[in-house]
Design a protein around this ligand. Sequence first.
Ligand SMILES: [Zn+2]
Length: 1016
Amino acid sequence: MHFSEQNSTFEKICSIPTDYDITFIKYKSRKTGLTVVLADIEAPLVNGFFTLATEACDDFGCPHTLEHLVFLGSEQFPYKGVLDTLANRAIAQGTNAWTDVDHTCYTITTAGSQGFLQLLPIYVDHILYPTLTDSGYYTEVHHINGKGEDAGVVYSEMQGCQNSGDDRIHLRMKRLMYPENCGYRSETGGLMERLRELSVDKIRSYHQSYYRPDNLCLVITGKVSEHKLLAALAPIEENIISKGTLPPMQRPWISTGNFPNLTDNITETVLFPDEDESMGTILIAWNGPMCNDYLQARALDVLNEYLTDSAVSVLQKEFVEIEEPLCTEVDFHITDHLKSTLMFTCTSVPIEEMEKVPSLFFATLQRLIDNNDIDMKRMEVVLEKEMLKLLDSAETEAHETAADLSISDFLYGAIDGSDLKKSVKIQQYLEQLTKFTKADWLNLMKRWYVDAPHITLFGKPSAQFAEDLAEEERQRVEKQRSDLGEQRLAELQKKLDDAKTANDMPLPNEVIENFEIPSVSTINFINVQTARNNDLGNFKNAVQERINRDDSADVPLFIQFDHIRSRFVNVSAHISAAGMPSHLLPYTRLFLKAIFSLPVQKGDTLLTYEDVVKGLSEDIIEYDATLGTSGGFREIVVFSLKAKASKYHRAVQWLEDILWHTQFTVERLKVLANLILNDIPQAKRDGHGMATASMRAFQFDASKSVSAARNILFQTDFLQEVLRQLENDPSSVLADLNAFRDALCRPENMRLHVSGDIMNLENPRTVFKNFSPATELTDLAPIVLSQEVLNPAGKTPGKVAAIVGLPSIENSYSLHTVKGPSRFDDPDIAPLLVLIELLDTMEGIFWKLIRGQGLAYSCFLNADIEAGLISYTIFKSPNAFKAFEQARLVITQLVNHEMQIEPSTVDGAKSAVIYSLVNRENTMERAALLSFVNQVLKQMPASYSRDIMSAIQNVTMDDLQRVLNKYLVHMFNPGTSNVVVVSAPAKIEEIQKGFEAVGFDMKSISLNDISPSFCV
Ligand SMILES: [Zn+2]
């Protein structure tokens, strides 16, 4: 059928160009009230953010539970998982959603627009007409199982976060800030005690009230033809119209989102469970401006940056960068509600300092006002940086930037697009702010922070509270169990089993096969052109010619240039840490934390550390010193700086200064060592993080590996010793750190990368002429891969089996590893990626049989070629052993052909893997980085990613069986796999017994037992 815009029911409300390469077009249907915003962005990916305004005045969690139930099937497609299965065929990786306090957003990202438009009507059918069955509610939201325990996917999810420090503090703030009739006050995720009382009827009636076409906005970002979009919307409209008209609806939030301001100060303490009682959190909150007061909100953003953005900003300087830090982080936040809330957070505050921090904070702001103290030069730098960040985000996160603006506009803006027109003019507001005087800035601070009433909350960790919570919950479940009695429990178990069967209505193959897989050739990849310094004829392109012409000096360095279209340039040094003496390795964390905030000595001039931090913020928009890149290569130290293209030479100069001219000082080292130490208790509250850290400690050789030696678990003792040395014999520490630098920063260890608009850079090559102390290019030291620094337990898995107790969590996490392929050109990689996708994917095998059975919130496999290991993670599980046992059963059945892999699901998995590869190069910057990683670090051809895509398309069923037998079966054999479980103390015994029963010699240990020399 030919389609023309004239016969569309959609009216184009406005088309809004911006100064940052995004054009917004807003449509509204005359017939159904459906809103569509298309944000036109040049990129290979297309994103959907399908948003509903969702307001709730209680804590039953209707918005969040509904978000989960939408994925269980729709009127036209009444099958659980159909959406995710088809999404994969659309060249995507499943679908996702989030619930915020004022809206619910359903998301999808596809490579290219063809799959996106095919999926659009199916997705909208799920949102507007979900099945909302009793059985879906029972498994996905809440039920009581045969053991008398409360469960369900949403219930377990809230169990995992409701009592965390952050959630408890924020909920208390909301209760104090917002009145009874205001939805901002609610826990839209659902509190456990309310979820236990919720019913599916309540959710159905919530759906009826809020999930209506006139309360739905389809935000679409990327390259989509308007004409094709309107054609894809036509059947959606027809279907909505066929349902008849709805009664009129009051627009959510408009009458309830504004509320009276605080009239008095309120101070309270909020306890949260943790064994370690040393560090707390402080939250201060105020009423903020209305959301359409764009200039005021932008001004507060800039003021917040000025107060906290770097080591020389007032609040960081006086609260963080001091010998005994009052906190490790200071942070402002403005909510984007109809009337905003301003928040200030201090993280990791030593408990004995807590009481005094808020008064010091207010005294500091008052002092600035009294002394008329705003450094206008620095303010100018902050404003310029905000402008650059805006342009940068349009290059690196254009989709998210566009979605944020569109969602806020849909929730609170004028229907005619007039507010959207104002809200996109970010650059203009920043320009207006350059005219602000000192007095303007101080008045702003006085009005919103100093004079305004506020709420102060002290978040304090408490071991007693942890015990009380656990005991109260134990008693509640015990009472529930005995009240129900054995017969009723058996009935409940039967009801649960029936619900699972009812949910698992098989998806007919023809539904899958009717959904055409778009060709990979329809995706617009970003083109990157590579050149090298001192190239011997390997690269033949215009960029190489440009580099060759810039030949006025010798540059004895390895440099790769990757040309892309960008306003910015990235300069980075990737340095192999191979020759580092063992005793210096534990300094890695301190060295990386310090290196960008030290004094610099150049000839006779000494820049203080403040000068350096200020100078960097004038010239550089982002800088960092880390281990590794692209989620791997952790044996390589990476220094990176990003600047506007005209400041290329400054970026190179700063890199040289940082690498060779920084001065370690006792004063700075004390501050930084204390900051690292104060952050450790917070890191140790994270179950998944601790499972990863423990496994690394067991598998990598801390006497050879920089990443192993910096393990957070080893740092407490080491840094305390460093602090003692800094008091007693500081020269030894300074000598060690200088030796660390000398061993690291040698030209033969160094591979430089420059990415940006190389064709228009001034002296792209000779800007490096005085960079290195070396006069000729010696042979480069080989790149050290993670597989070369494994210890015996990492090289031959089968020796590690440990369970670690962690009192701050309520569930368990586990990590399992086996040997995997270790060469980047191994032919097993492509089938392994497809197999992993088949098992891991949403509504895939593990999802149905593990998450669907309530055994874990999620579980996933990862093939780490660089380490030569495959890992399997079980995330947030009531009992990690049960989830493991189920995975074992699944793999065994696949090996024995008792369970078959459907050919149509293999096609979906291939297309999902291709999506994930496209996603790695979806912005100019990422495409350029990938070019470096593939050609320099992996030493593969430039076509490496495309070659893998072709190999993926050619994977056969036999290939899948081969890699299943060759690798994954070993995960379940104690002789060939390593396992680390991190668990709530109450569950240790049961989990340990489970693993022992299948042959793992499981040792129960605590985090403090793990040291560089400790072996399980
Ligand atoms: Zn959820």
